[in-house]
Design a protein around this ligand. Structure first.
Ligand code: GTP
Length: 596
């Protein structure tokens, strides 16, 4: 295909606004799939993605579209991950395209996540086509949402398309708009190979598969290539495209999006954002914008049943094969035995991995309190990165501790604004912006990430009845008055429950934790539970009687978890851990780490 007939685009949408449905429709209209294959939504392939409705890995599909002008266009749709933790991956996927469809649910309007992705698209010089979806619904208010897009995003929405991805109404117009409103890619076929590494994953048959966007030159079977930033050199053994089924090709040219394999041993050798070039005739400079992804949230994962440690080792190894941004190393805890200290891109990433371990690998897990990465400056002038409260150096050796801060953007309907403001203030937030768009407020807050990792997102959803949307990015490190708070059960410290916390918040957190733990069932005698900073006890409770109803307390309304819990109890799994000769059920343990 000549460059002028190629269009590369992605779809930006908030969760549930209809991205997958629209993608399926576009594929169907271009004859990409049979009706039977249409049954399952094709782009989100992993189970958990489907259940949680989140796209984790970018996927791509090439469509041939015969436009009304009689010409056949090659359309490449890159699907972007739908969550804030994967902002960098989103950015690189967008960098592979010239334009995006901005899909907004016409019954809902713009959400915080949409905003963040639109800004990323604009950073990548995208042409953006606003698409108002779900106009078949009586509650649709396309005029209001059109106005909101103009006010909140500052995008001209007068020629926004009105469609129903579900019924197919207006979807043909979307294809025409892609062809006529989005620019064609540019590139030089005769220049040395220069391609953007957009994504990579492990395939049971093909090994490591690398998704690329060719900028200049060609990528062919048999070619020797080099990954410029990580340095590896390989021989390409397969080249192809996805329709969405893979189709082998001899080569890919400028503007095209496709994949290659090259006997690369592990996904971790292929970094998203790297530049692929020819080994002998390399391009002058790598593409800008590369940023190796760094875990920002850490927690310990331990098997509930110590005999499952080997299973856990195998499982984390397998997950890592396909997820280079998930990091782990072995950890031992006096209370919890052998496990792994794991690093994640964010809270959702943590949740996804934990759930996959429990569901796909059927391993009962105890997760310790999530921790952020602290910068601990020692009196000898050195700085260490602290991922684990257990590794906190002696207070005498510490000059200062810095913690990461984020900038959070929250969109919330007016009636819940008060509750959200209170939540942000409670979490040491600093308001930097408060604006209105119709009946919605847009709030920008700076917050310590430490206050967000525990349960901020859950709390935000609950105080706003599910109506607030949230997005964040890290803005930097700042000194904080941070202390390590230990938890003692029957006078013995439980390392896995110690946390690093702002001094002003320590008593409140300590009280909440001992309060939750005192609900451990099964003890007819008195056992003290204490929270302490240094040697000083700041909260204390005593377990005295047999209590039963732990689940009800822990999971206000999370039905899948409750069900899972009940299933596990039925299966007769051991759910207790012993601390200071006291059995603490896993649920009480998890509850202790949450705040109310
Ligand atoms: P994620 O994959 O979670 O990001 O969601 P998504 O944006 O891909 O949304 P998805 O396509 O899964 O659609 C969410 C829900 O909205 C589904 O139940 C769809 O059937 C429904 N839906 C999508 N488009 C339309 C539409 O045009 N009209 C109506 N009535 N429902 C729609």
């Amino acid at each position: 295909t000549s460059l002028s007939n190629i269009r590369n685009f992605s779809i930006i949408a908030h969760i549930d606004h209809g991205k997958s449905t629209l993608a399926d429709r576009l594929i169907q209209l271009c004859g990409g799939l049979t009706a039977r294959e249409m049954k399952a939504q094709v782009l989100d392939s992993m189970d958990i993605e489907r259940e949680r409705g989140i796209t984790i890995k970018a996927q791509t599909v090439r469509l041939d579209y015969k436009a009304k002008d009689g010409q056949v266009y090659e359309l490449n749709l890159i699907d972007t991950p739908g969550h804030v933790d994967f902002a960098y991956e989103v950015n690189r996927s967008l960098a592979a395209c010239e334009g995006s469809l901005l899909v907004v649910d016409a019954t809902q309007g713009v959400e915080a996540q949409t905003l963040a992705n639109v800004y990323q698209a604009l950073d990548n010089n995208h042409e953006i086509i606003p698409v108002l979806n779900k106009i078949d619904l009586p509650a649709a208010e396309p005029e209001r949402v059109r106005q909101q897009i103009e006010e909140v995003i500052g995008l001209d929405a007068h020629d926004a398309l009105e469609i129903s991805a579900k019924s197919g109404l207006g979807v043909e117009d979307v294809l025409e708009a892609i062809v006529h409103r989005l620019p064609a890619p540019k590139g030089d076929r005769n220049a040395p190979l220069k391609a953007l590494l957009v994504d990579s994953w492990y395939d049971a048959y093909l090994g490591v598969v690398v998704l690329v966007r060719i900028i200049d030159g060609t990528l062919s079977k048999g070619q020797r290539i080099r990954l410029m930033l990580t340095g590896g050199a390989y021989q390409v053994d397969r080249v192809g495209i996805f329709r969405p089924k893979q189709e082998m090709r001899n080569s890919l040219g400028p503007g095209e999006i496709g994949f290659f394999t090259a006997s690369i041993r592990q996904v971790a050798d292929t970094r998203i954002g790297d530049t692929v070039t020819d080994e002998k005739k390399p391009t002058a400079a790598p593409l800008p914008g590369f940023k190796p992804s760094q875990p920002v949230v850490f927690c310990g994962l331990f098997p509930v049943d110590a005999s499952e440690f080997e299973d856990l080792r195998e499982a984390v190894g397998k997950l890592r094969l396909n997820d280079a941004s998930f990091d782990y190393e072995m950890e031992t805890s006096a209370a919890l035995g052998f496990g792994f200290r794991c690093g994640f891109l964010g809270l959702l990433h943590l949740e996804i991995i934990r759930e996959r371990l429990e569901r796909e690998f059927n391993i009962g897990l105890i997760a310790t309190a999530p921790s952020v990465v602290y910068h601990v400056y020692l009196t000898d002038g050195t700085m260490t990165e602290l991922h684990n409260p257990a590794d906190m150096p002696d207070t005498q050796k510490i000059a200062k501790i810095e913690e990461p801060w984020i900038e959070a953007t929250i969109l919330v309907p007016d009636e819940h604004l008060g509750a959200v403001l209170k939540l942000c203030e409670d979490r040491r937030g600093r308001q930097t912006q408060l604006t209105y768009a119709g009946a919605r407020a847009m709030l920008v807050y700076e917050l310590p990430l430490n206050e967000v990792v525990f349960d901020f997102y859950d709390r935000l959803k609950s105080v706003s009845r599910g109506y607030a949307s949230f997005d964040y990015h890290i803005i930097g490190y700042e000194e904080g008055d941070l202390v390590k708070m230990a938890l003692l059960v029957n006078d013995e410290p439980v390392d896995a429950l110690s946390i690093i916390v702002n001094r002003s918040r320590a008593e409140m957190r300590g009280r909440a934790m001992v309060d939750k733990l005192k609900d451990s069932p099964g003890h007819m005698f008195k056992i003290p539970i204490q929270a302490a900073i240094g040697g000083k006890v700041i909260a204390r409770e005593t377990i005295s009687a047999l209590r039963k109803d732990v689940t009800a307390k822990c999971y206000g309304g999370d039905i899948t978890r409750k069900r899972k819990l009940l299933e596990k109890q039925k299966a007769g799994k051991k759910k207790m851990r012993s601390f200071g000769k006291v059995d603490i059920p896993q649920e009480a343990f998890i509850a202790a780490l949450k705040m109310d």
